[in-house]
Design a protein around this ligand. Sequence first.
Ligand code: GRF
Length: 203
Amino acid sequence: LPIGVLVSGSGSNLQSIIDSIEQGRLDAEIKVVISNIHDAFALKRAQNHSIPTLVISHENFETREAFDEAIVRALKSNRIELVVMAGFMRIITHVLLDAYPGKIMNIHPALLPSFPGMHAQRQAVDYGAKFSGCTVHFVDSGVDSGPIIIQAVVPVLDDDTEETLSARILKEEHRIYPQAIQYFASGRIRLNNRRVMIAEGQC
Ligand code: GRF
């Protein structure tokens, strides 16, 4: 499965995807890593594994739509079949959504629909939630609102800070994101209304 990964930051989720592919647990090939931030560490991670990278800075575009058009051009020219958003900190428009309907995934560090948006881990700590976690979902036109593919749960401990909870959640992110992509790669995902069904089988 040819995939394109969109990043903005440290790229630890990108790393878990790279590692899963190299270890033969994920039948995908990362054709390109695209960052909107020129010095994102994620770019280094890709380069360390000889994966082509591209910087498309949102600052060079007048509108979100024009930025998305540039992203779509890059994805199409690499013939990618699944768009994987991994710490990509931009809200996307219908331009990208319409180019890849049902073929864009994101990971969010909370149990959606709780705590969408920024600082989800801090929101969970501040709210006093006893459990939080992470969610891999298909992207739709809302913020963190698309159909859920996989979730993982972690406890929120009494002395947790945003940082300690984030670290606990991130470990689970690194486990479930490659798994969700593999479900897609092996053709086991079916959408029924807005519900994601995963067919039985080996993974
Ligand atoms: C992760 O917590 C992800 O859930 C959120 O942004 C963070 C990205 O981390 N969307 P990384 O860049 O993959 O290390």
